[in-house]
Design a protein around this ligand. Structure first.
Ligand code: CU
Length: 103
C-alpha cells in the first residue's frame, strides 16, 4: 500500500513537472512573438512590397494591416496568386502586396 502510494506521488510529481515545463514553453513562445504594423508609417499602401525585407518572422507573430476598407482589402494567396495578381483597381499591380515567410 505504501509502495503504491509512493508510485502515485511520483507520477503526480512528474505530471506537475511536465505541466510546469509546458507552461514555461508556452510563455517563452508567447514572449517571443512579435507584432508588426505592415508598411510601418506607410501602413497598408502602394509600394509596400519591400517592407518584409530584412525582417525575420516567426510562427505566432502578428501582422497588423491598417487600411481604409472602402479602398483596400487583404487577401491571402499562394505564390502563383502573388506573382500573377491582377486587381480591378490595380492595387496589387501597384505593389500593394507582400510575401512573408515565417519560420
Ligand atoms: Cu489597395
Amino acid at each position: 500500500m505504501a509502495k503504491g502510494s509512493g508510485t502515485a506521488s511520483c507520477s503526480a510529481r512528474a505530471i506537475i513537472a511536465l505541466m510546469v515545463v509546458s507552461v514555461l514553453v508556452l510563455q517563452s513562445y508567447h514572449v517571443q512573438a512579435s507584432t508588426y504594423i505592415v508598411g510601418d508609417s506607410l501602413k497598408w499602401a502602394f509600394n509596400v512590397v519591400d517592407w518584409p525585407k530584412g525582417k525575420h518572422f516567426k510562427a505566432g507573430d502578428v501582422l497588423v494591416f491598417n487600411y481604409n476598407p472602402s479602398f483596400h482589402n487583404v487577401v491571402v494567396v499562394d505564390s502563383g496568386g502573388y506573382n500573377s495578381c491582377k486587381t480591378p483597381a490595380g492595387h496589387c499591380e501597384g505593389n500593394m502586396k507582400i510575401a512573408v515567410t515565417a519560420v
